[in-house]
Design a binder for this molecule. Structure first.
Ligand SMILES: *[C@@H]1O[C@H](CO)[C@@H](O)[C@H](O)[C@H]1NC(C)=O
Ligand SMILES: *[C@@H]1O[C@H](CO)[C@@H](O)[C@H](O)[C@H]1NC(C)=O
Ligand SMILES: *[C@@H]1O[C@H](CO)[C@@H](O)[C@H](O)[C@H]1NC(C)=O
Ligand SMILES: *[C@@H]1O[C@H](CO)[C@@H](O)[C@H](O)[C@H]1NC(C)=O
Length: 675
């Protein structure tokens, strides 16, 4: 008996030890698994992080095929264009004596701030004045914003700004004490400067006052305060604008670092990417009368904005506009769906990476659904960063006691009353009452920073507006670096040039040859409408005309921009003032090479300035064999492939598509090689 009990207790012990051991081993196992997982995810963190899981049809990505060059390669004819914004004639340092201080308050969004800063620097130089660090108003000086970064420094790097402009204008961080006091007492003369004032406005009206009081305050509120196109003898001021925009205005370090990280994640799969800026802000849609391209509540919200703008004299037209007509004559943004169709038709495969930029995409995710359906890898800032990384760049912000969850529902009712009184107009049914506006609030896309009564924005909205500046800063850097850029629209809510125009200007300056499509919206709308009803049977003729059109815009779009965009904003087209052309002498002998073609382009753009000798680091890439790629008749290789699946048969098209695209590209490659 006793022995049995002993035996039993022994067994118990053994069992217990066994259990403990296995528990321990499981624990270790988990620990190890945890660690290895961590290790692995760290190792791969640059690839499968966040909400983006890259999907590629083919593991390899040949970069030397003709189709690669057609889709991603540089535009050869623009390869001789280089950035050169250094002064070209006699250019003196800012003299020791100054006519006084210029203090600037800037109001507006990202692109308006950037334009304005360049203008006020040019004006300071023109008036021989000392510039106090511009103050960015309302967006960055409210109490909801981190006090860590003040005004200009919220977005840009002050030291870099001062240092980089040392040879152009004197810049001080703040006004001297006695002037600050005077400013507080409102004893400083203030000019609300017009949007595109001529230099003579400043010489005639501002300079005498500046000399008398030795300080003036300028209020810039419409995204610029100096004419875009200046008389020829002011050319150095244009180059100064370029130096400010492309060299002196660097984002704050934290913003630069996060952008670099995002860019690195975007490039982690070692594939090129397209940046797409939809430019669909509620204001620009309202200004251009594009309300009816949307439905229901969106239409009404745009119309509400438009009536608000008409009341304030921002919009001169009627409240109701035939949006379909406006779209057909190119006054409305191209929708993400239309951009998607054009890109697919041009030949970008379903797995191409598309970065969607923009602080606001009106209509929210809903308008992006078709783009997501056409491309697997549609990403944006939020899918390539963590909320924590974003919060870090905002700086320390006080907790808002009760962040309002969105406009209260009764506002909706008020609006409806206003619409009812707005006069007859064919309008869709009012939104169903059971669904309050909040269903549109979808992360950053949807209803961010919207307020119907502009003056009394809530603290939360002001804060979001400030954050939007940082988001756009990140998007700006990524769009400038992108292998391919395509804008949906190039006008803002005041009819001026927008964010995308600035990006295109920057790309033209910095890397003229990088691919920037500038679709002619009129033409594009027509092309898309042609196959709207039978998209899956797009024929060769149609595909060819899309390709021809898009390729044409690579060059002709630039030439057109010099007559259409430049008068609105110099920075959207800083050519020829800020560029130089590099002719390769080794090509002079064989006159038939494309160096002749590229010099033709330079001439058309008016770039006559030869690049300084130090830029001649080597011959321009050998163009001989490739030159026809830009003239491109290789379209013959089209095999009528586009969205092949017929009708509702969406399943399993991936496989077929991949195969067919493969075939398609092989064919193209073959033909490219034959030439
Ligand atoms: C600014 O200074 C330059 C040289 O120092 C002088 O030629 C020019 O007339 C001055 N302009 C004004 C507006 O004072
Ligand atoms: C569109 O048409 C209107 C008149 O219907 C015209 O005033 C406007 O200039 C046109 N816009 C463009 C971009 O052609
Ligand atoms: C090709 O498609 C376009 C637009 O769908 C149509 O207008 C044209 O007639 C078609 N051409 C041929 C040859 O089928
Ligand atoms: C250049 O083209 C012309 C005809 O346009 C031809 O006569 C000439 O031989 C070509 N020169 C060279 C170097 O290819």
């Amino acid at each position: 008996m006793k022995g049995e009990v002993k035996m039993k207790s022994k067994m118990k012990w053994v069992g217990l030890i066994g259990i403990v051991l296995s528990a321990f081993s499981i624990f270790i196992h988990f620990l190890l698994a945890r660690f290895t997982e961590l290790g692995v995810s760290d190792y791969q963190s640059s690839i499968t992080i966040f909400s983006w899981r890259p999907i590629f049809d083919k593991p390899d990505f040949p970069t030397n095929s003709a189709s690669y060059r057609r889709l991603w390669g540089p535009v050869k004819r623009l390869e001789s264009l280089y950035p050169d914004s250094n002064p070209r004639g006699d250019y003196s340092d800012p003299g020791s004596q100054t006519n006084g201080f210029i203090f600037v308050r800037i109001q507006g969004g990202f692109h308006e701030i950037r334009n304005s800063i360049c203008d006020v620097v040019a004006i300071s130089r023109l008036l021989n004045a000392t510039l106090a660090m511009p103050e960015i108003q309302s967006t960055t000086s409210s109490k909801g914003i981190s006090s860590q970064f003040k005004s200009f420094a919220y977005l840009y790097n002050e030291d870099q700004f001062i240092f980089s402009l040392a040879k152009d204008v004197k810049v001080v961080r703040t006004l001297p004490k006695y002037l600050k006091g005077a400013r507080r007492k409102k004893e400083i003369p203030v000019f609300k400067v017009p949007h595109s004032a001529s230099p003579f406005y400043y010489l005639r009206h501002v300079l005498p006052v500046l000399k008398k009081h030795s300080v003036v305050e300028l209020v810039v509120s419409n995204g610029g305060c100096l004419q875009a196109i200046l008389p020829p003898y002011f050319e150095e001021y244009q180059r100064l604008r370029c130096r400010v925009s492309f060299h002196a205005l660097q984002f704050r370090q934290e913003v630069q670092e996060l952008s670099a990280k995002i860019l690195q994640r975007l490039r982690a799969p070692s594939r090129p990417f397209i940046a797409f800026d939809p430019g669909m802000t509620r204001e620009s849609l309202a200004y251009h009368g594009c309300a009816e391209l949307f439905q229901d509540v969106h239409t009404e919200l745009i119309q509400h904005k438009r009536s608000w703008m008409i009341k304030r004299g921002i919009v001169k037209g009627k409240l109701s506009v035939n949006s379909a007509e406006a779209r057909l004559n190119g006054s409305c943004p191209l929708m993400p769906e239309e951009i998607g169709i054009l890109l697919r038709a041009y030949g970008y495969s379903k797995d191409a990476i598309i970065y969607v930029s923009g602080g606001e995409v009106f209509g929210g995710q809903r308008t992006l659904i078709p783009l997501h359906a056409m491309f697997d890898n549609v990403v944006d800032r939020t899918s390539l960063s963590t909320p924590w990384e974003m919060i870090k760049i905002y700086g320390k912000e006080v907790n808002l006691v009760n962040p309002p969850p969105g406009p209260p529902p009764f506002e909706e009712v008020k609006k409806l009353a206003a619409w009812k009184n707005a006069g007859p107009r064919p309008r869709p049914l009012p939104p169903p009452p059971a669904r309050p506006k909040s269903y549109n609030i979808e992360g950053w896309w949807g209803w961010v920073a919207e307020s119907d009564n502009e003056p009394d924005s809530t603290v939360m909205e002001l804060r979001t507006n400030a954050h939007k500046l940082l988001w756009e800063a990140i998007d700006y850097l990524i769009c400038v670096e992108a292998d391919v850029f395509i804008p949906g629209f190039d006008r803002d809510g005041k009819g001026h040039s927008n964010f995308a125009s600035l990006v295109m200007g920057h790309r033209l300056y910095q890397s003229a040859a990088s691919k920037t499509f500038r679709p002619d919206r009129k033409e594009a709308a027509k092309l898309v409408d042609e196959i709207r009803d039978h998209m899956y049977q797009a024929n060769r003729t149609w595909l060819k005309s899309v390709r021809r059109h898009l390729r044409k815009t690579l060059l002709d779009g630039i030439i057109e921009a010099s007559s259409k965009s430049k008068p609105l904003s110099f920075l959207s087209h800083p050519v020829p003032e800020c560029s130089c052309s590099r002719h390769d002498t080794s090509f002079e002998a064989s006159k038939n090479s494309s160096s002749k073609l590229s010099s033709q382009v330079s001439t058309t753009l008016g770039v006559t300035h030869q690049c300084p000798a130090w830029m001649d680091t080597g011959p321009i890439s050998q163009l001989k064999d490739k030159e026809n790629e830009d003239d491109g008749d290789e379209d013959d290789s089209l095999s009528g492939l586009f969205f092949r699946q017929s009708g509702g048969n969406n399943e399993g098209d991936g496989d077929v598509n991949a195969k067919e695209e493969n075939q398609f590209e092989d064919q193209e490659e073959l033909e490219g090689g034959e030439k």
